[in-house]
Design a protein around this ligand. Structure first.
Ligand SMILES: [Mn+2]
Length: 384
C-alpha cells in the first residue's frame, strides 16, 4: 500500500492528519470553523469600551490578501482570539476585512472620540493602518510599532498567519521576561521571525524603527528575518536586549509537535502541502487546542493503532482467500502503524531534518540548554 522507499514518518503523519477529524468526531467544530465569522464582522472589536489587558499583553495577527493565506488565516485568527479572550490579552488585527486594536493619541476633552486611557493619556481608535510599498513581511515591524501606541510596556506576541496556539492553557506570563526587550528563537537556518515577542519599551520602539528603516534588507534573502538576524548578531549594544529561548518554547514546526506544546508554526508547510491541505491540518490542531488535558492528546500520538487498539480497521483479503471474516480486537490483521506518531518528534524533536535537510540531521537547538527558560524579571499582574 505504501511504497517502502517513502520516508515512513511523514507518511504516517499524513495518514494521521487525514483521519484525525473522524477520530475526534469533530464534525460540529468543523462546521463552526467553516462559517466566515470574521468577514461577517461578528468577531470585530467594535465595542465602545476598550478593555485593557491586566497583564499588558497583546497578540498581533496580520495577513494581506494573497489567495493562499485566505482560509488558513481565518482558522488561525479565530484560534488566536479564543486564546486572547481566555487570558484577557488584547488583539491587534490587520486583514483585508478589518483593522482593530490600534490607537492614535486623542484629546482627553473629547469624550466622544476617546476610547482608551493609559497613564493619563487618551487615545482613539485608528483604522487607517496601511502597509508600505515593500515586502509585506516587513509589515510586522510597522504593525508592532503602531501597536505600541497607547500600550506602554506591553509585550506583543507576533505570530505569523501560519501559526496558532495549540496549548491554550499556557500563560504568556510564564514566558515574557522584563529583563529583555525581544524574545526570539532560531532554527537550523537562522533566526526565525515567524514567532517573536516584542516589548513596547522606549528602547525597543527606537530599535524596531531602526530595523524597519534599514532598507538594505529589502534585497536580503530572508527579508526582515535577515534584518533581525543581522542586528542581533552584529550589534553588541543590541545583544543584551535579546533573549534567545529554546525553539520549542514558542515556535514548534509541524513535525516537531509534541502534546502540550504551546505555539505551532506551519513554517514552509504552505508550500509543501496545498493551501487547502495546510488549512485542514490547522483545523485539526484547532480541535486539539480545545482540549486542555495533555494526557488526552497524548493518547492520539502514542498509539500505533488509529485512535486505540479497538478501533483499527481490519484489513481483509477476498472471501475465498481470507474466509475468516470476524475481526476481533486482537486480530493481527488490524491496521497498525509501523511506529507511533510521537516517534516523529520523540525522542528526537528534530527528526524531520533527516528528511528535510539530511546534512543538518544532527542539529541541536543551541538555546535549548538548562536555564534558558528561566525568567530574570517576572511580570506580575496587579488587580486594580
Ligand atoms: Mn510562517
Amino acid at each position: 500500500m505504501i511504497a517502502p522507499s517513502l520516508p515512513l514518518a511523514p507518511v504516517v503523519f499524513i495518514i494521521f492528519m487525514a483521519l484525525l477529524p473522524t477520530l475526534l468526531s469533530a464534525q460540529k467544530l468543523h462546521n463552526v470553523d467553516m462559517r466566515d465569522l470574521t468577514a461577517a464582522g461578528q468577531l470585530s472589536d467594535d465595542s465602545k469600551d476598550v478593555r485593557i489587558s491586566p497583564a499588558k499583553i497583546a497578540l498581533l495577527h496580520m495577513v494581506n490578501d494573497v489567495w493562499f493565506f485566505r482560509e488558513l488565516s481565518e482558522v488561525v485568527l479565530r484560534n488566536k482570539r479564543r486564546y486572547a479572550t481566555r487570558h484577557s490579552y488584547e488583539m491587534v488585527v490587520h486583514t483585508p476585512y478589518e483593522t482593530t486594536g490600534l490607537f492614535t493619541p486623542a484629546d482627553c476633552t473629547e469624550p466622544s472620540v476617546t476610547r482608551r486611557v493609559t497613564d493619563g493619556n487618551c487615545f482613539k481608535k485608528k483604522t487607517d493602518f496601511k502597509l508600505d510599498e515593500r515586502a509585506p513581511t516587513f509589515g510586522k515591524i510597522k504593525l508592532a510599532l503602531d501597536a505600541c501606541v497607547g500600550r506602554p510596556d506591553y509585550w506583543l506576541l507576533w505570530t505569523d498567519a501560519d501559526a496558532m496556539i495549540v496549548n491554550q492553557t499556557v500563560s504568556l506570563l510564564d514566558i515574557v521576561d522584563d529583563a529583555y526587550d525581544v524574545i526570539v528563537t532560531h532554527d537550523w537556518f537562522m533566526l526565525n521571525a515567524g514567532v517573536m515577542l516584542y516589548r513596547c519599551s522606549p528602547w525597543n520602539i527606537q530599535f524596531l524603527q531602526r530595523v524597519y528603516d534599514a532598507r538594505q534588507f529589502d534585497k536580503a534573502l530572508a527579508l526582515d528575518q535577515s534584518a533581525f538576524n543581522d542586528f542581533f548578531t552584529k550589534d553588541e549594544q543590541v545583544k543584551p536586549h535579546v533573549k534567545n529561548v529554546p525553539k520549542h518554547l514558542i515556535n514548534v514546526y509541524t513535525e516537531e509537535y509534541r502534546p502540550g506544546d504551546f505555539i505551532l508554526h506551519f513554517a514552509g508547510k504552505l508550500y509543501e502541502a496545498t493551501p487547502w491541505g495546510i488549512t485542514d491540518i490547522a483545523r485539526q490542531f484547532d480541535v486539539l487546542s480545545r482540549v486542555d488535558d495533555v494526557e488526552k492528546i497524548s493518547h492520539f500520538f502514542s498509539t500505533r493503532y488509529l485512535l486505540n487498539y479497538f478501533s483499527g480497521t481490519c484489513v481483509m483479503g477476498p472471501p475465498d482467500k481470507d474466509p475468516k471474516r470476524d475481526c476481533d480486537p486482537f486480530d493481527d490483521r488490524r491496521l497498525k502503524l509501523p511506529e507511533p506518531l510521537i516517534a516523529m518528534s520523540y525522542p528526537n524533536r528534530y527528526r524531520q531534518l533527516e528528511y528535510r535537510n539530511p546534512r543538518m540531521k544532527d542539529w541541536k537547538d543551541p538555546y535549548d540548554v538548562p536555564g534558558a527558560t528561566d525568567i530574570k524579571v517576572r511580570r506580575h499582574v496587579h488587580s486594580s
